[in-house]
Structure formats: structure tokens, C-alpha cells
Design a protein around this ligand. Structure first.
Ligand SMILES: [Zn+2]
Length: 668
């Protein structure tokens, strides 16, 4: 179940940002800071740099009806009108629409009028401004009784408008009609604007138009149902829905909720709503810290957090679990502190594969509470992923034919912290470090080993050198590493633009995974086993376990035949007797043959290897497949959700869980 949770949305997200800034923000808005009552704005549909779910038209409804209005900069809500019915209202841009199959479809300004009714962004303002909504609505009902299609408009002034004309000519005709009917001269044509929002009923009767430059349009459920929820596109959410018009975008749809309500819809999809109580509480505390620390992460899109793994998963009322809600209520005033101060960086992920990782080896920064700890209670998740050389080439076209992928450095936990990729078009390998060793190939974790169809074990030469350690982890000399997504994330404060954030999400969503395979020590011992097997009988069955190389001849036979006609076979090679054999591949290496020293080459060639006991094996010169075998899922920094569940099952409290993963912290 938890596995499903990491596979799907879950897990892995992470954060940064200053708590102090959060509380300042609270003070500014004058909102209550009572635990759990902080307001969070969650973007449900919006246009970002790598996502576009912004809406042209969508429906809202609530069991007892909805109130449309706006919130000013002080957080004061003013009602425009109330719709006392569970029937949905339709929110759309003030643009060009045509009736289509009962609904509305956005259309072009001009074009054929075949099909249903059309609605455009030209309107007639009737009379002068009104002092309040009541006064404007009184006039609306008078005009409607006269057969005029009137409605209330809020344009930073209370007005009465009529019509939804497709062009100025149509608007002129309507204005003349209205003037004739009302004998009133104070009419004027309202021209299109990309800032306005229209609310209409199911018959496409306009209920109001909102075009304020300063206030924010919201739809709230009429109290009655418990909990009061507003259905947005058929899905129920607590709180209110806020709709914004941002430049070059359809409508941004935002759910405005308290942090407590947010956690109700966040904890179950993150860790599984039926997980052990103490694990749920640990998740709630960590999620809340994340949410508060990351307010404003999507500030340029008009909200705090998105609802996906890029920030934290949030699915609203439909995923709530009543027992989980009660646990959230118990802990939503808890903070994680270090040295008496709230921690600034809270991260979590699905599964560590036996240990968590020091943040230094993932994103390059360093925090005393984000160091590697053992994960003794988690169910270990293992994975393998096989890539063809051509798959790797398509990711790194500048390298030409891929000649090798080599782990050149690992952390004490065994996680890969430097990877060298060599290709035919570049003399030097490209180096990748830290998190890029995971995200480069979309691996589940940074904890893995690599085997290929060309692995052999010989001694007597140097393997690809590691790039020297640089002071900032993450970078690394001429490394191709351009900096992991999380590194950027760490620089983000509550006011950071979400452009970078969304870039992260593009990387994040496909690569937020984690795991690895054993420690460095394990890897070495496996290699030794294989070497012995290779140099002994050559029997593949005696070669080490998961790490086993395929040099047993047999498997390569078919390939060899297939390619025999294409390129001549190379002369036999005698590998030197190994004293300290290491795993390598032959491509590009110089070997002594009966006719002198030759460089082994040819992407599709095979070589024959004679072991010291005379066993004959064949190996590809250049690997065609790379198999990554690993453990864990996610970046491995901070709390492991699998581990938290394991610790809770073993009887530990949520405080113990949090203090284990965030070393030296307290929960208070
Ligand atoms: Zn996000």
C-alpha cells in the first residue's frame, strides 16, 4: 500500500524556506496564527512553465449553494451575490464562447454562427455606479423584468451591465435598444478585457462579471453541510475557491484552506490514510512544516503550493479519513526545532533502502539535522532498470556512441555521488554528481550498482579516475552537472518565483524516486566473487549475485553470430594475471596480442578472453546494455515514509520518529 503511495503521487517531496518569514507574512495579513488556522492557497489548475491545467470554463457548486464575492488585501470578504441552490454555476473568462452540447466552448471572435448561442466580451454599462451590491442588484431585477439581460458587475465599483455581445456593432445595437426602452442616456459600451471573470448559471444566464484590479474573486459554500465543501469540477474541497486571471493564461483555480484542512487532504495521499497512527502524526507534522516553510513557492502564479508531488500531494475532501483527521488535530500545533529554532529545511521521501543520506551528497548543502541515519525498520524496496546504450545516447547526444557508464565515487552509505559517462565524440568523460546520478537516467534512487553485457574483471591498469572532490558538492570541475533541481529548491524562499519551481517539478515528477544497492563494501566484495568465478571455471552460476557480469560466452554467442558478417573478429586477448582485479570493459584499452599491441575497438565487436585456468569467454567490447540495480525510492534526505511506518509498528512515537530522521531536533 505504501508502495503504491510512493509509486503514485506520494512521497518524496521536500522543502526549504524560512519559518520566520512565514510568521511575518501572517502578521502582514493580520490573519490568525493559531495552530492549524494559517491560510494556505493551493493551486489546483494553473499555467506554469511545464504544466498547463488552467481552465477556460469550469463548474462550481455546493450542497446549500454558493456565494460569489471577493476578498480585499486585508482578507475581508464582500459578497456579490448568493446562489441558493445545489445546481452548478459556470465560471469562465470574459471571452468568446459558443453553446456546445449543453456546455460552453471557447471560440474565435469571428467566424460562422452555426450551432448554439454565442457569448462575447462586449457589454453595456447601464447608468452610473452604485454604492453597494444591494443597490446594483435591485436595478438588475427591475431591468430583468423589462426583458433586459442585466446583471451585476464589480469593477472596483458596483455597476449594472447587460449583454454579452460578439462585437462592437452588436453592442451598439443593444445599447440603442436599451436606451429606447429605458429612456436613459447613461449607457456606455464596455470593451473586452483579459482580466474579467464571468459567472453564469446552467442556462448561460450571466449572474455577475468580476473585473477588479485589486481584489480576488472567490466562491464560497453557503454554510449548511458539515463539513461545508465546494465542488470544483465535481471534486469536493473544504474552504473557498479563488479564481484569478493571470497574463497569457486561462483561469487559475485555487483552493483557499486552513493548514489543518489542507493536512486532512494531504496526509492520506502522501503516506496512506490507514497507516499506523504515529506514522500519520509524524507525516502531519512534517507536511505542516513543509507547507508553512514553502508558502509563496508558486507566488508568481498567485498561490502558495501546487497539489502534486512538486510540492506536496493534496486531493481535498474526497481522500479524507476521519480517524486520520483526529490525529492531525492532535499534532497540528507541533514544530520541529533545532537549537531552539524551527528547522528551515524539512524533507521526506518514500524509502531509503536501509539508510538516509547526508544532504551534502544529494544537493550539496549542509545542515546538522540532515545527515545520514540508519533505517532499520523499513521494508526495503529494490529495483532494477536496464537502459540500452542508444537510450543513454539519446539523453547525452553530445557524447556520440556511448562507450561506458562508470561509478567513480560513492558516499559511505553506498550512494553514487559521481558518475562518468564516456562516448565516441569526446575524449574526456562527462561527469555527473550527487542527485544527478539519480535524475540523469530517471532512476528510483541514488543507491545502485551498474552491470553491463561487456563487464570483465582484469588487473593491471587504471580505471576511469574520479573527478577531484570540489568544495561545493553537486558541481564538480568540468562536470556536466548543471545543479540538481533540489539545489535550486533550497534557494527558494516564500517569495521565490515559481518558474524555477516548476522546472524542478518537470525533473522531480519523473525522477522523485530513491534507493540503492548495498554499501560500497558490498559492491567490492561482490566484484571479487565475480572475478574469481570468471577466472576459475567461467561458470556464470558461480558468479556473484545481482551484480553478476555476463561474460560467460553463452549469452553473447547469438550476438556474435549476428554481427560476424559485419566486422571482423578481433584477435584473442590474454588478460594479465590479476592480483587486484577490477571490473571494467575492454573498449578503448590497449592489449598485447600475437601481432603486437592493439587498441580494442568497434562498437559491435566481441573479444575472446582466456582466463588463467584456460577457460575461454567472450565479451562485448562496448556495452550495449546497462543494468542499474538499486534499493530505496526518492532522494533519501530527511524522513523515510517507509521507515516511519516501520518505526510506528515497532511501537515508537511520532516524536521519536521525527527525532530519528532529523538528527538533534526536538518536537515541541
Ligand atoms: Zn509545486
Amino acid at each position: 500500500m505504501i508502495k503504491r503511495s510512493f509509486k503514485k503521487a506520494a512521497a518524496i517531496i521536500v522543502s526549504t524556506v524560512l519559518l520566520t518569514a512565514v510568521f511575518c507574512a501572517n502578521a502582514e495579513t493580520g490573519r490568525s496564527t493559531a495552530a492549524g488556522s494559517e491560510i494556505i492557497k493551493v493551486g489546483l489548475y494553473y499555467k506554469g512553465s511545464s504544466v498547463n491545467t488552467a481552465q477556460s470554463v469550469f463548474d462550481v457548486s455546493a450542497q446549500s449553494g454558493v456565494t460569489a464575492g471577493f476578498e480585499n488585501s486585508e482578507g475581508v470578504f464582500t459578497e456579490i451575490f448568493t446562489h441558493n441552490s445545489p445546481s452548478p454555476l459556470y465560471v469562465r473568462k470574459d471571452a468568446y464562447y459558443q453553446e456546445s452540447g449543453g456546455g460552453l466552448k471557447e471560440t474565435k471572435a469571428s467566424g460562422s454562427g452555426n450551432g448554439g448561442r454565442r457569448f462575447g466580451p462586449f457589454h453595456i454599462k447601464i447608468g452610473s455606479d452604485h454604492p453597494d451590491a444591494g443597490s446594483a442588484l435591485n436595478n438588475v431585477s427591475v431591468f430583468r423584468q423589462l426583458g433586459i439581460d442585466a446583471y451585476i458587475a464589480y469593477n472596483d465599483a458596483w455597476q449594472v451591465w447587460a449583454g454579452s455581445c460578439m462585437d462592437e456593432e452588436e453592442a451598439n445595437r443593444l445599447m440603442l435598444d436599451i436606451k429606447n426602452q429605458l429612456g436613459e442616456a447613461g449607457c456606455e459600451i464596455i470593451k473586452p478585457s483579459s482580466d474579467r471573470i464571468v459567472v453564469a448559471d446552467g442556462q448561460h444566464q450571466t449572474m455577475c462579471i468580476f473585473g477588479s484590479k485589486s481584489a480576488l474573486f472567490q466562491v464560497r459554500p453557503v454554510p449548511g453541510a458539515d463539513p461545508a465543501a465546494v465542488n470544483i469540477k465535481g471534486k469536493p474541497y473544504r474552504g473557498a475557491v479563488e479564481v484569478r486571471r493571470l497574463p497569457d493564461s486561462d483561469m487559475t483555480v485555487i483552493n483557499v484552506v486552513t493548514v489543518r484542512e489542507y493536512l486532512y487532504g494531504n496526509v492520506p495521499p502522501e503516506i496512506g490514510g490507514r497507516s499506523p497512527a504515529e506514522a500519520l502524526k509524524a507525516q502531519a507534522v512534517v507536511s505542516r512544516m513543509y507547507a508553512l516553510n514553502n508558502r509563496g513557492k508558486h507566488g508568481s502564479s498567485g498561490f502558495d503550493l501546487c497539489a502534486t508531488t512538486h510540492c506536496q500531494v493534496y486531493k481535498g475532501l474526497s481522500v479524507e479519513v476521519p480517524e486520520c483527521n483526529k490525529l492531525i488535530d492532535e499534532v497540528c500545533d507541533r514544530m520541529i526545532t533545532y537549537d531552539g529554532k524551527p528547522v528551515e529545511h524539512v524533507y521526506y521521501f518514500a524509502s531509503g533502502g536501509g539508510s538516509t543520506e547526508d544532504i551534502r551528497n544529494v544537493w550539496g548543502s549542509s545542515f546538522p539535522y540532515l545527515v545520514s541515519v540508519k533505517d532499520d525498520y523499513e521494508k526495503i524496496y529494490t529495483w532494477t532498470k536496464t537502459l540500452r546504450a542508444s537510450d543513454i545516447r539519446s539523453k547525452l547526444p553530445e557524447l556520440g556512441n556511448i562507450l561506458g557508464v562508470t561509478i567513480t565515487r560513492t558516499a559511505p552509505t553506498g550512494r553514487v555521488t559521481q558518475l562518468a559517462v564516456t562516448g565516441s565524440s569526446r575524449g574526456e568523460p562527462l561527469y555527473f554528481s550527487n542527485e544527478r546520478c539519480r535524475t540523469l537516467f530517471g532512476l528510483d534512487s541514488q543507491l545502485y550498482t551498474i552491470t553491463t553485457d561487456a563487464d570483465i574483471f582484469i588487473a593491471g591498469f587504471k580505471e576511469i579516475p574520479a573527478l577531484p572532490e570540489t568544495n561545493s558538492a553537486g558541481a564538480g570541475g568540468n562536470s556536466a552537472d548543471t545543479g540538481g533541481s533540489e539545489t535550486k529548491r533550497e534557494n527558494e524562499g516564500p517569495s521565490t518565483s515559481d518558474k524555477g519551481a516548476e522546472n524542478e517539478s518537470a525533473e522531480g515528477s519523473s525522477s522523485e524516486q530513491d534507493a540503492g544497492n548495498g554499501s560500497a563494501g558490498q559492491q567490492e566484495s561482490q566484484s571479487d566473487e565475480e572475478v574469481q568465478a570468471e577466472q576459475g571455471s567461467g561458470d556464470p552460476d558461480t558468479a556473484g549475485s545481482g551484480n553478476g557480469s555476463r561474460q560467460s560466452g553463452e549469452e553473447d554467442e547469438a550476438d556474435e553470430k549476428k554481427q560476424a558478417g559485419e566486422e571482423p573478429a578481433l584477435p584473442a586477448v590474454v588478460a594479465p594475471v590479476a592480483t587486484a582485479p577490477i571490473k571494467t570493459q575492454l573498449g578503448g584499452k590497449k592489449v598485447a596480442t600475437a601481432s603486437g599491441v592493439k587498441t580494442v575497438s568497434g562498437v559491435k565487436n566481441k573479444v575472446t578472453i582466456i582466463g588463467k585456468d584456460g577457460a575461454v569467454n567472450k565479451a562485448a567490447v562496448v556495452p550495449e546494455t546497462y543494468t542499474f540495480t538499486g534499493k530505496g525510492w526518492g532522494h533519501a534526505v530527511g524522513m523515510s515514509q517507509e521507515g516511519a511506518i516501520g518505526m510506528a509498528k515497532a511501537g515508537m512515537t511520532y516524536e521519536e520518529i521525527i527525532m530519528h530522521y532529523f538528527k538533534g531536533t526536538k518536537v515541541e
